[in-house]
Design a protein around this ligand. Structure first.
Ligand code: HEC
Length: 194
């Protein structure tokens, strides 16, 4: 009995003598692992995603809610086409991302991504400033204004390049004219002169 309990005590002492630091080490590793697991969880990848490439959802919002309104209500006076016809107003191009960021004669950007208070376009379409109300004839609907506000707040995602190329909506080719949709034709054989 005594020997067994003595053995038991000895092995207990040994276990705690070696076991405590080991257990602390295991605990430390566990904590480190947890921290690492939290730090690299899939969602955190969004945080480091570069802002230059707009999110697909943002691009879709732009294509469905913003671009059509720009084309319909603004391009007449603020696009490459207007510029060609010498009808560009306020020195402002709204058919390129670059033009929006640069702004017009005021020297202020029309759009500051994420900042509605410094985006002149928002000020203009809200119709609160009597000296700058756009479009000049007829305010946009409240829903359209709200869309623009939401879009700028979301960082103004805009897939249009900075290129000076005219906006495709301004002169959109008929998709049905695309070559692969054309019926197969028997082209005339060229006449050859000997
Ligand atoms: C019929 C022509 C016309 C249309 C359409 C039009 N604008 Fe304008 N815009 C002007 C004129 C003219 C100015 C110059 C300032 C002024 O006279 O109020 C101007 C200036 C601006 C400016 C200030 C540019 C600067 O930096 O000085 C902004 C922003 C603007 N327009 C936004 C818009 C938006 C957004 C739309 C469409 C929702 C739009 N405009 C539609 C004629 C137009």
């Amino acid at each position: 009995m005594q020997r067994i309990s003595g053995n038991g005590r000895r092995s207990d002492a040994r276990a705690s003598g070696i076991g405590l630091p080991t257990r602390l080490l295991v605990l430390a590793c566990g904590v480190a692992w947890l921290i690492a697991a939290v730090a690299v969880r899939p969602g955190s990848a969004d945080v480091v995603r570069p802002t230059r490439a707009p999110e697909p959802a943002g691009v879709e919002f732009f294509e469905q809610r913003i671009r059509p309104v720009l084309a319909d209500r603004c391009y007449k006076c603020h696009s490459a086409e207007a510029q060609q016809g010498k009808k560009l107003k306020g020195g402002l191009r709204l058919d390129t991302r670059e033009g929006m960021l640069k702004g017009g004669e005021s020297g202020k950007p029309a759009v500051v991504p994420g900042d509605i208070d410094h985006s002149l376009l928002i000020e203009a379409i809200r119709y609160k400033n009597e000296d700058l109300q756009m479009p000049p004839k007829g305010r946009l609907t409240d829903a359209q204004v709200a869309d623009f506000v939401a879009w700028v707040k979301a960082g103004a995602p805009d897939p249009r390049g900075a290129a000076q190329a005219p906006d495709p909506l301004a002169a959109r080719p008929d998709p049905k004219q695309f070559w692969s949709f054309q019926p197969v034709k028997d082209p005339p054989v060229p006449t050859v002169r000997d």
